[in-house]
Ligand binder design. Structure first.
Ligand code: MG
Length: 254
């Protein structure tokens, strides 16, 4: 069931989203070679707690940390670890959310660690751009399939592949609500977008093939071919007019 949010619920989601947006603005200055993913997770958790919010992912389905931190061929659900040290040339995907008065935000970015390859630069850029291609269809009257199709077409035209096994989703008083928001699909298909819907659109894009495996920790999803992948996500509010990004205040630097 798709839950349309009231104005007062949207205000709470804006607060939860702003917390995520602030974290993403800060992270380029926080992430550095030599840092463990556990250290990065602790920084994120402290930031959320200092704002009197709750890290949305901690304990969700038993997940043990505040953020999912996935490095290189890890796509999503990377578990922060003291032993996992970021090094020059890595790319690191950070997926997080906050809960404010019962309402969630959910968003992700992929960051370079030090100097990265041209292919990784392109992968991060195209993943972000594919989100904004999908966003063009986040208006009343379009359907989820229009968003999905736009993301897929853009990423594939750049020579990358789109992950099939995981999708975006509605978000609100639960982290994962209807509808599913795939990053592939047919224009003109799927549920209609209506004002008051809040959806997490999250392109997950691979340099190689789209097949994935789950590691023995039962969480971390990795590319089967071991190649690089990237993730970009915002919680988006559908309105009568232009969509509103609840988890991004600065499109260039956030
Ligand atoms: Mg999500």
């Amino acid at each position: 069931m798709i839950v349309v949010k009231s104005n007062s619920e949207i205000e709470l989601m804006k607060k939860a989203g702003e917390c995520a947006a602030e974290i993403f603005e800060a992270l380029p200055a926080v992430i550095r070679p030599g840092m463990s993913t556990k250290e990065l997770d602790r920084w994120i958790e402290d930031f959320i707690l200092e704002r009197d919010m709750i890290p949305a992912f901690k304990g969700y389905g038993g997940f043990p940390a505040a953020a999912c931190i996935s490095v290189n061929e890890e796509l999503i659900h990377g578990i922060p670890s003291k032993k996992k040290i970021l090094k020059d040339g890595d790319i690191v995907s950070v997926d997080l959310g906050a809960i404010y008065k019962g309402f969630y935000s959910d968003a992700a970015r992929t960051y370079p660690v030090g100097k990265i390859s041209d292919e990784c630069e392109k992968l991060i850029k195209v993943t972000k751009e594919s989100f904004f291609e999908g966003l063009k269809f986040c208006k009343k009257g379009y359907r989820i399939g229009d968003v999905s199709h736009a993301v897929q077409s853009y990423a594939e035209a750049a020579g990358f592949s789109v992950i099939r096994d995981y999708t975006g989703h509605g978000v609100g008083s639960d982290l994962h609500e209807d509808p599913a928001v795939p990053n592939y699909g047919k224009a003109g298909h799927g549920p209609k977008l209506v004002p008051g819907m809040t959806i997490a659109i999250e392109p997950m894009i691979a340099a190689g093939d789209y097949d994935v495996d789950v590691l023995d920790n039962d969480w971390t999803v990795v590319m089967s071919d071991g190649r690089m992948c990237a993730h970009y996500e915002n919680t988006v509010l559908i309105t009568e007019g232009e969509p509103v990004l609840l988890t991004c205040r600065d499109i260039q630097n956030g």
